[in-house]
Ligand binder design. Structure first.
Ligand code: SAH
Length: 358
């Protein structure tokens, strides 16, 4: 058991059971014992591998998408290039390298990184030696006077969710309390009537479990308001689907699925992203949302295969094999190609970002 488990047990004894959201926040971002505060999570040696860590072509293609969207919006001479949850900084470094040849893009861009973990910020600074990013704890402090071009890859899945289980009459919230032997254990609250869940009584049966992510919709609200008023766009890339359905709360450690309650703070905790909720939040904020598109389709439309073929010409042997494998992993429907989806946000006066349909 971890030090964080002791802290959480004490907290539960003092103030009662935790929501999944409170538990997830503590496990990921506790200032001393949180996963993102203490671990170097990414890559082959870490707990999980994200798309930009698989191959540079992912970030290059995203970079060309952002640059084309910037050109399509009249190449504004000052804009914020924003990444939410940049991890090791690999994606934004690849985006910046791929856009070096786009006339005026770098001169107009100011880099803004939304990152809660000080440890991650240090890794990002090291990955971007030629840039001076402005870091933000939350999206609330992002610029309010220039267009914002926002990238978020595997950010929303890390935001804390709440879980609700349906009974014959309505919803009960999943809570984390203690077993008789003092172990963390899941249970259900008394009836939790929540207006925002009323409509889900129409498409669920007793026993169904659904997840909500208020943090995610608040982030989209802040970003979408800026896009609607200031211009720009957002690319939200993550695993999930259209409308939450079922328990997707999961823990991953050393590339294996583990019990989310066994070692709090030592495993990455995530949940699938409910893209419908994000698209709704964007539209309420006055922004348009694109069709939800499979990552594989999106990358193909942006020309990942010719780009991969060009790079392959300079490779031989195991390097070539790894490169071909990486391309497959990013695009193939049996790998990340259809589990991961892309949602674009854009102003009503503009077209969706390249690769996405209105
Ligand atoms: N985008 C990166 C990393 C994804 S992991 C990639 O594709 O490789 C999630 C990232 O979001 C980490 O950098 C983590 O520290 C950050 N993060 C998680 N929760 C956050 C929050 N609530 N606010 C700001 N950053 C957060």
């Amino acid at each position: 058991m971890t030090a964080l488990a002791d802290i959480l047990r004490k907290q539960i004894r003092t103030t009662g059971p935790l929501t999944v959201s409170q538990y997830m926040s503590a496990c990921l971002l506790h200032p001393e014992h949180g996963y993102y505060t203490t671990q170097d999570a990414f890559g082959v040696d870490g707990d999980f591998t994200t798309a930009p860590e698989i191959s540079q072509i992912f970030g290059e293609v995203i970079g060309l998408c952002v640059a084309q969207a910037w050109l399509d919006q009249g190449a504004p001479d000052a804009f914020a290039l924003v990444e939410l949850g940049p991890g090791r900084g690999t994606l934004i470094a690849d985006v910046l390298r791929a856009t070096l040849q786009v006339p005026g893009f770098h001169a107009a861009a100011r880099l803004h990184l939304v990152e809660a973990s000080r440890r991650m910020r240090a890794l990002q600074a090291a990955a971007l030696p030629a840039h001076a990013p402005a870091w933000h704890d939350t999206v609330e402090t992002l610029p309010e006077d220039v267009p914002v071009f926002v990238i978020a890859n595997e950010f929303f899945d890390a935001l804390p969710i709440r879980q609700f289980q349906r009974d014959a009459k309505g919803w009960r919230e999943v809570l984390i309390g203690l077993s008789e032997t003092g172990q963390l254990q899941r249970g259900l609250s008394d009836a939790a009537p929540i207006d925002a869940l009323e409509h889900r009584l129409d498409d669920t049966q007793p026993g169904a479990l659904i997840e909500t992510c208020a943090h995610g919709t608040a982030v989209v609200d802040a970003v979408a308001r800026r896009i609607a008023q200031q211009g720009g766009m957002a690319l939200i890339i993550d695993y999930g689907g259209w409308r939450s359905n079922g328990d997707t709360f999961q823990a991953v450690r050393a590339h294996r699925s583990v019990d989310p309650f066994s070692d709090p703070g030592r495993a990455d905790l995530t949940a699938h992203v409910d893209f419908e909720a994000l698209a709704r939040a964007a539209m309420i904020a006055g922004c348009e949302a694109s069709q939800l598109t499979d990552q594989g389709v999106f990358l193909e439309r942006l020309g990942i295969t010719p780009r991969a073929q060009t790079l392959a010409r300079g490779l031989r042997g195991s390097a070539l094999e790894a490169h071909v494998g990486a391309h497959r992993r990013l695009t193939h429907p049996d790998e990340m190609g259809s589990l991961f989806k892309v949602l674009g946000l854009f102003p009503g006066t503009e077209s969706p970002p390249p690769g996405l349909d209105p």
